[in-house]
Design a protein around this ligand. Structure first.
Ligand SMILES: C[S@@+](CC[C@H](N)C(=O)[O-])C[C@H]1O[C@@H](n2cnc3c(N)ncnc32)[C@H](O)[C@@H]1O
Ligand SMILES: Nc1nc2[nH]cc(C(=O)O)c2c(=O)[nH]1
Ligand code: SF4
Ligand SMILES: [Mg+2]
Length: 217
């Protein structure tokens, strides 16, 4: 299996349950809900993506032929002699490439493995943390996860549609309109809509894209 990686970096998890936790991000190339080309965005299933996941030309990106080689590159980001090793696989859609072999190689070098996925494809069972973020009308096949993190509002993906999914934590994440000048969360109407929805449906909590507020990776 050759893994195509757009970029890798060491930062703080910006969103959801693990917000603020140091993590290596491994962003795989490619997605099943958008091909990443602007000309096709309006006709794709997922239309609001804020991320470039095309190719392997980002920071520390590339093709890795062996799981052990990629695992070692991920481990190289961790500060020397420090435990609490944590990697977040994202993309693009990581379920297209992430497999048991790579997760086993990361467990061997002491990492907890998390994923950010759109939930439309099966995921390797050995993952330590699964965050599912449903997109539009796309069917979610994952029935249980650690964290459901729904971008809100989405006309075709209202929170009630996911009440059957078993999740330890349910978060609403304000839709960030990448076509507009970046507003602070408080100035964004979608944040106010999330606040209102959480107040009326207290099984949901608010999460913010804190890395964007902090202007870090
Ligand atoms: C780029 S996606 C990659 C992982 C996976 N394909 C997914 O959609 O969950 C990473 C995270 O960014 C979120 N995201 C993408 N575009 C966004 C936007 N415009 N506003 C808020 N969150 C966004 C996604 O919902 C997901 O939680
Ligand atoms: N700091 C930081 N946190 C994140 N959480 C999810 C991200 C993603 O793009 O999947 C992301 C990201 O790109 N950066
Ligand atoms: S599913 Fe995830 S990676 Fe794919 S286009 Fe949507 S937000 Fe971007
Ligand atoms: Mg991101």
């Amino acid at each position: 299996m050759t893994y195509s990686v757009k970029e890798m970096f060491y930062t703080l998890q910006g969103e959801g349950f693990h917000t603020g936790r140091p993590a290596v991000f491994c962003r795989f190339s490619g997605c099943n809900l958008w091909n990443g080309r602007e000309k096709d965005r309006a006709t794709s299933i997922c239309r609001f993506c804020d991320t470039d996941f095309v190719g392997t030309d980002g920071q520390n990106g590339g093709k890795f032929r062996e799981a052990r080689e990629l695992a070692q590159r991920i481990a190289d980001f961790w500060p020397a002699d420090q435990a609490h090793r944590f990697v977040v696989f994202t993309g693009g859609e990581p379920a297209l490439q992430l497999d048991e072999t790579l997760i086993a190689a990361l467990h061997d070098v002491g990492f907890e493995c998390a994923v950010e996925s759109n939930g439309t494809l099966p995921l390797p069972p050995s993952l330590d943390w699964v965050c599912i973020s449903p997109k539009g009308s796309a069917e979610v096949v994952i029935e249980a996860c650690d964290e459901l993190k729904l971008v809100f509002p989405q006309a075709d993906a209202q929170p009630e549609r996911f009440s059957h999914i078993h999740a330890q934590h349910r978060f609403l994440s304000p839709l960030n309109d990448w076509t507009q000048a970046q507003l602070s969360p408080a100035q964004n109407n979608n944040t106010q809509a999330c606040v209102q929805y959480c107040l009326e449906h207290p099984q949901w909590r608010l999460t913010l894209q804190t890395h964007k507020v902090l202007n870090i990776d």
